[in-house]
Design a binder for this molecule. Sequence first.
Ligand code: ZN
Length: 163
Amino acid sequence: MSESPVGGRCDCGAVAGPLGVCVDYYHAILSEEQADPRMYRWHAPVVCAYLLQHPSGAHEKYLDGQFRQLQLYLDKGLDALLRVAARQVARNGHRARAGYDMSPLAAYEPLPTGGPPGHFRASFCGLPFRGGSFVFDGHQAYGRRIELIAEATVESWRSIQAS
Ligand SMILES: [Zn+2]
């Protein structure tokens, strides 16, 4: 898809994998999860972590909410994040104006200024992909890998605040 020579580097600082840089992995995940409802459960953390690791392709005004969603996910788990996301969808459906209900996320830290960080210890282009699938060893194992990327994302963004 994108021009990504083997051994190249992604914007996030990660070394490209067999599929290319992170955007190639991201598109492959979005494609596979469309056909797999269990895999799709991790859609929100995948999107948030990807955009926070590659903010040049993101809408800056949403990054703060995405950073808080990842913190909620790591703090309370996937089901809690899905409940918040479902409430937001319902709310947007009932009201004409689109907007995020920030109240469940208000307790979490805002996105630090001065980013993005230049390195994350877990990246999308480091995800294993075997037999044409990201869930080749089961959904829980896949979910654990997404959680590690989410942890790495929050950790690196927090580190710029501390420095
Ligand atoms: Zn990347």
